[in-house]
Design a protein around this ligand. Structure first.
Ligand code: SF4
Length: 353
C-alpha cells in the first residue's frame, strides 16, 4: 500500500487541519478542494493558483492517485466502457460507465472481492479481499468524470453496484457519497446515487434512520427462503421476513421507493409461482422491481431466462399492480457483470488503458 495518504480520503475540514499543521492558511484547503472536485485536476502541478512551496508539500506528503487503470474494454456499440484498476497492494477493482439515451451512469465498486458469496456472481466467487477506502471509491468516479468532461458530457447517475457489498463497508461508502455530494466540490445530487445491498438488515435500518436522499436497491432474486438461501448465503442470516420488515420500515421513514433487483435465471426463479410469491410480499409497499436476465459466469451453471419468460414474469407482477421493468443486459461482450473482468482477465479483449 502507498505509504502516503490519498488526498481523496480527506474531507474539507481534514484538509484545512492538515494545511494548518503545515503552517499554511486554512483557506487554501477550499482552493485545493475546488481544484480536485470542480476542475478535476489530478496532479499538484496543475494547482497553479497555489504557491510553489504548497504544491511541493502536496506532492511530498499526499498521493493523488491510488487506482491505476490496467485494462479498458468498450462494448461493440461503444455505449459501455469498463475499466479494471490495480491498487498498490495488488488488489483489483473495476468500474463501468454505461451511456444510454441521455443517461451516463457509473457503476462503481466498494470492495475488492466480496464476502457475500452469491453463487451466480463473479465477485462472490472470488471471495473477500478488502474494503476500499472512501477515497478509492471517490477516485473511480473522478476517473470517469475527467473522461466525460473531455468528451463534453456529464455523469448523470452513480450506482454503487460494482464489486462488493456497499453496506458491508458502510462508513467508507457513505463518506464517499458525502464527499461527492459536497456543494463546494463535485456537487453530485444525493438523489442521483443508488446504493445496492444484498439485504444486510441492520444497515438498511441504519440507512433509513439517517434519512439520506440516496436511492436504495435491494438484490432479491427469490421470494421464498429456501430458494433465496441456496443462491444468497446472506439469506440464512437475514431471512425474507426480517428483510421485508426492514424494507417496509425504510419506506415508511423515508417515503422513498425501493428498487428490488431480480436476476432472472431460467427455470430457477423466473416462474409465475415466484412472481406471485413476490407480488404477495410486496403488496402495499412503495417499490419497483427491476428484472434482468442473468449475466452468465464461469462457475455457475444457471442460464439467463428467455425474453418470453421475462415478459410472463413481468406481466404476472403487473396483475398485482407491482411496477416492473425488464432491463437489458448491457456490455455482455465486455463482461460488464460485476467482478467478471477482475476474475477473467485472460479472456478480456485488451485496449490501451
Ligand atoms: S452480487 Fe453483490 S453482494 Fe453478492 S457476491 Fe456479488 S458483489 Fe457481493
Amino acid at each position: 500500500m502507498d505509504a502516503k495518504p490519498l488526498i481523496f480520503d480527506l474531507d474539507l475540514p481534514d484538509l484545512a487541519q492538515l494545511f494548518l499543521s503545515w503552517g499554511e492558511p486554512a483557506y487554501r484547503a477550499a482552493q485545493v478542494w475546488q481544484g480536485l472536485y470542480s476542475h478535476l485536476w489530478e496532479d499538484p502541478v496543475e494547482f497553479t493558483s497555489l504557491p510553489n512551496s504548497l504544491r511541493q508539500k502536496l506532492d511530498a506528503y499526499l498521493t493523488f492517485t491510488r487506482l491505476k487503470p490496467v485494462q479498458v474494454l468498450e462494448s461493440g456499440d461503444g455505449a459501455t466502457r469498463k475499466t479494471l484498476f490495480s491498487l498498490p497492494d495488488g488488489q483489483a477493482v473495476e468500474a463501468v460507465r454505461m451511456g444510454y439515451a441521455r443517461r451516463r451512469t457509473l457503476c462503481i465498486s466498494t470492495q475488492a472481492g466480496c464476502a457475500m458469496g452469491c453463487v451466480f456472481c463473479a465477485t462472490g466467487q472470488m471471495g473477500f479481499r478488502r474494503h476500499l477506502s472512501s477515497g478509492e471509491i471517490v477516485e473511480q468516479v473522478l476517473y470517469y468524470a475527467r473522461q466525460s468532461k473531455s468528451a463534453g458530457e456529464r455523469i448523470t447517475n452513480i450506482v454503487l453496484m460494482g464489486m462488493g457489498e456497499p453496506f458491508h463497508n458502510y462508513e467508507a461508502t457513505m463518506a464517499a457519497i458525502d464527499r461527492l455530494n459536497h456543494p463546494k466540490g463535485f456537487n453530485f445530487g444525493a438523489r442521483r446515487f443508488t446504493v445496492s445491498t444484498v439485504g444486510l438488515v441492520p444497515q438498511i435500518r441504519r440507512f433509513a434512520s439517517e434519512r439520506r436522499q440516496v436511492n436504495l436497491a435491494v438484490s432479491l432474486h427469490a421470494a421464498d427462503d429456501e430458494l433465496r438461501s441456496s443462491m444468497l448465503p446472506v439469506n440464512r442470516k437475514y431471512p425474507l421476513d426480517e428483510l421485508f420488515d426492514a424494507c417496509r420500515q425504510y419506506a415508511e421513514i423515508t417515503h422513498r421507493r425501493i428498487t428490488f433487483e431480480w436476476a432472472l435465471i431460467r427455470e430457477v426463479n423466473d416462474t409465475p409461482t415466484q412472481a406471485q410469491l413476490l407480488a404477495s410480499r410486496l403488496h402495499g409497499m412503495l417499490c419497483h422491481v427491476n428484472v434482468i436476465p442473468l449475466n452468465p459466469t464461469r462457475n455457475y451453471a444457471g442460464q439467463a431466462t428467455t425474453k418470453e419468460r421475462a415478459l410472463t414474469f413481468k406481466s404476472e407482477l403487473e396483475k398485482y399492480n407491482i411496477p416492473c421493468t425488464i432491463r437489458l443486459r448491457r456490455g455482455i461482450d465486455i463482461q460488464a457483470g460485476c467482478g467478471q473482468l477482475a476474475t477473467d482477465e485472460k479472456k478480456a479483449r485488451k485496449l490501451p488503458a
